[in-house]
Design a binder for this molecule. Structure first.
Ligand SMILES: C[S@@+](CC[C@H](N)C(=O)[O-])C[C@H]1O[C@@H](n2cnc3c(N)ncnc32)[C@H](O)[C@@H]1O
Length: 298
C-alpha cells in the first residue's frame, strides 16, 4: 500500500459493511453501524434514513451503485463468519483478540456485548490507524499498535503487544481479515511466525484468502478487481491452493480447523438465490496454534 495514505481497500470494505441495511432483510447477516463512518457524517445519515424506507425504495438506492451490491453481500458473509468465530472464542473463555490489519473493523465496539471486558488489540499501518483514531475515537478496551507488516521487524511484534498488556501465556484469537492477499510470501510467513510466538497453544487464527486459481486463471470480473486494487496501490500479491496452504500452516505450527469457500458459507447463510451473487474463489480459514511445530527438513 502507499505508505503515506490510509488504505483505500479498508475504507471500501467498511463502506460495504455499512451498506448492509439497504440489502434485502434475508441478506442482512451482520449490521455494522460504524461502517460508513470513514466516509463521513453525511454518508452515515443517508444510510440511517434509507434503512427505515420501504423495500422498493431501498432497492432503488442501489441503482447508482450497482457494482457495490455483490461486494456488500460478500462482506456480509465474511463479517458474519468471523463474528461467529469471535463469539465462539469468547464463549469458550477466550480473553484476548488481536486484529492484524484492522482497518475500520469495528468489532471492538460493535461486538462489545459479547466481548464484555475482553481486550481487542488492533495492529495496522500507521496511516490507516491514524484515520481510524480520528473517526472512531478511543475505547477503554481497544488498544492500537501502529505497524507495517512489510517493514517492521515481525519478531518484535510479541514484545510490542506485551507493552500494551497482551499476555502470551493466555490464549488469543487473531483475526487477519482482508489482508493476506496484499502481502508478499515473506511477509505472510513472518506474520504466521509472529502470531505463533504471541499465541499460547489452543489459540486460534481466522483469516480469509484468495484461492490461487483466481490469480493464475482469473475470470473477467477478477481481472477487473485486480486492475482496480493495483491502481489504488494495493495489488493482490498472494493466493493459495487450499492443500498447499494446509501444508504451509502445518510447517508454521498451525492446524486447520475449518477452511471453506465463500460459496459454501453463502449457501448456508443466505440461501441458494443470493449465494449465486457472492464472489467466487475466496475462502475463510480458522486454524489453531498447535503445541509443536512440524517442519520437514528433507
Ligand atoms: C482490505 S483492508 C482490511 C481491513 C479490515 N481487516 C477489514 O476487513 O475491514 C487491508 C488492511 O491491511 C492493512 N495493510 C495492508 N498492508 C499493510 C502493511 N504492509 N502493513 C500494515 N498494514 C497493512 C491496511 O492498512 C488495511 O487496514
Amino acid at each position: 500500500m502507499r505508505p503515506e495514505r490510509p488504505s483505500f481497500t479498508a475504507a471500501f470494505v467498511a463502506a460495504c459493511r455499512g451498506l448492509a441495511p439497504l440489502l434485502p432483510a434475508r441478506a442482512q447477516l451482520a449490521l455494522d453501524p460504524y461502517g460508513m463512518r470513514v466516509l463521513g457524517a453525511r454518508a452515515e445519515r443517508w444510510v440511517t434514513r434509507l434503512a427505515d424506507a420501504p423495500g422498493p425504495v431501498r432497492a432503488l438506492a442501489w441503482a447508482p451503485m450497482l457494482p457495490m451490491f455483490p461486494w456488500a453481500l460478500y462482506m456480509q458473509v465474511r463479517t458474519r463468519v468471523i463474528d461467529d468465530a469471535v463469539r465462539a472464542f469468547v464463549a469458550d473463555g477466550g480473553r484476548q483478540v488481536v486484529i492484524l490489519g484492522a482497518g475500520f473493523d469495528a468489532r471492538g465496539w460493535r461486538l462489545r456485548e459479547a466481548l464484555g471486558d475482553v481486550i481487542v488489540y488492533e495492529v495496522d499501518h500507521p496511516a490507516t490507524a491514524a484515520l481510524k483514531r480520528e473517526r472512531f475515537g478511543a475505547h477503554p478496551f481497544v488498544r492500537a499498535l501502529r505497524w507495517n507488516f512489510e517493514r517492521d521487524p515481525m519478531p518484535s511484534l510479541v514484545d510490542r503487544l506485551a507493552e500494551l498488556g497482551h499476555d502470551r501465556r493466555e490464549r488469543t484469537l487473531t483475526l487477519w481479515e482482508g489482508v493476506t492477499m496484499y502481502l508478499t510470501p515473506e511477509a505472510f510467513s513472518a506474520t504466521l511466525d509472529a502470531v505463533r510466538a504471541y499465541s499460547a497453544p489452543g489459540s486460534e487464527l481466522a483469516f480469509n484468502y484468495i484461492d490461487r486459481a483466481l490469480i493464475d486463471r482469473p475470470s473477467v470480473a477478477a481481472t477487473a478487481v485486480r486492475a482496480v486494487v493495483r491502481a489504488v496501490g494495493e495489488p493482490f500479491k498472494l493466493g493459495f491452493a487450499p492443500d498447499a496452504l494446509r501444508e504451509t500452516l502445518r510447517e508454521h505450527g498451525f492446524r486447520v480447523l475449518r477452511d471453506r469457500g465463500f460459496e459454501e458459507h453463502a449457501r448456508a447463510l443466505l440461501g441458494e438465490r443470493w449465494a449465486r451473487v457472492v464472489r467466487r474463489g475466496r475462502r475463510i480459514a480458522l486454524v489453531e496454534r498447535t503445541a509443536t511445530v512440524v517442519r520437514d527438513d528433507t
